[in-house]
Ligand binder design. Structure first.
Ligand SMILES: [Fe+2]
Length: 291
């Protein structure tokens, strides 16, 4: 029989500007909760940030009288900025990400030639989470599943029968995430996907994004069974070799995400802005011909 701890409630908030889903996972109204993959709105034309997307999360948390214990990231996103500091300031909670974020920080410190004081030890986050590590959200237990491949620091979070897969799988008719960012690897992603798809068939899987083909409405919840049967890139029977060939060819055709440069610079700082310069303004950099 399912109990609240084995079948937690999940609320997804879709951000149409970045195709991202922010999740709130909790036992019941009034209980503790965790927020996964929040979005800080960013206008690349003006360089301005705003909070409409994060405010929807705050509204939901307050309406359900939830206490935020964790503000989690599945990885350092390249397509949106995290709103973790804004949510923490308004709702409390501790920020966390996979412990291999230190490798990602090292790569991008070089690419962006960041200030010498920039730390590559992950200390910008309240906690770094290792593969297999458990943490509690009230009566719920969160379990970390390392799922590298899209980036070396990607993790999924499992709470009972719900798994937040980050950028490993997309909905079955969309497939899988790209593997051509620094530190990405299609062979590694294949192994991570197989790990997720070895969970019980009825496990609920929650996507970090949806890019619906044709006229399909937005969807971001599926199951292990459905992915094994129908995922266009990694359904049952597709070999590692076939997957890697497809993924590599496809990645060669993809443009960089519009927000990758500002997003990475902010997200490896756990959402903090870069240090202000002498005039009181913070800047993000554009490295020329480096990515
Ligand atoms: Fe991503």
């Amino acid at each position: 029989m399912s109990t609240p701890a084995s079948h937690p409630q999940v609320h997804g908030i879709f951000d149409p500007a970045t195709w991202t889903v922010t999740y709130v996972v909790y036992e019941k109204p009034g209980s503790a909760c965790a927020i996964i993959d929040s979005v800080l709105d960013y206008d690349p034309k003006s360089g301005r940030t705003s909070h409409a997307s994060a405010d929807k999360v705050i509204e939901f948390v307050k309406a359900n009288k939830l206490q935020v214990e964790w503000i989690l990231e599945t990885h350092a996103h390249a397509d949106h900025l995290t709103a973790a500091p804004y949510l923490k300031a308004h709702l409390g909670g501790k920020t966390a990400i996979g412990d291999h974020i230190t490798a990602v920080q090292g790569v991008f410190k070089d690419i962006f030639n960041l200030e010498p004081q920039f730390k590559m030890d992950g200390s910008q986050f309240d906690r770094l989470l290792a593969d297999g590590e458990a943490f509690s959200v009230g009566p719920l237990t969160g379990q970390v599943i390392a799922v590298p491949g899209h980036t070396p620091a990607c993790v999924a979070y499992q709470f009972g029968d719900a798994v937040f897969v980050g950028d490993t799988l997309f909905m079955p008719d969309v497939g899988t995430a790209r593997c051509d960012f620094p530190g990405g690897d299609a062979n590694t992603l294949y192994a991570s996907v197989r790990k997720l798809l070895s969970l019980p068939p009825q496990t609920r899987l929650f996507m970090c994004h949806d890019y619906p083909p044709n006229d399909r409405p937005i969807a971001f919840k599926t199951t292990v069974a459905e992915q094994r049967a129908k995922n266009i890139h990694v359904h049952e029977g597709i070999s590692q070799e076939q997957f890697v060939r497809m993924r590599t060819q496809r990645d060669a055709t993809l443009e960089m995400p519009v927000l990758i440069l500002p997003a990475v610079q902010i997200n490896i700082r756990a959402g903090a802005m870069p240090p202000k310069e002498a005039n009181g303004t913070a800047y993000v950099k554009i490295p020329l011909n480096a990515l």
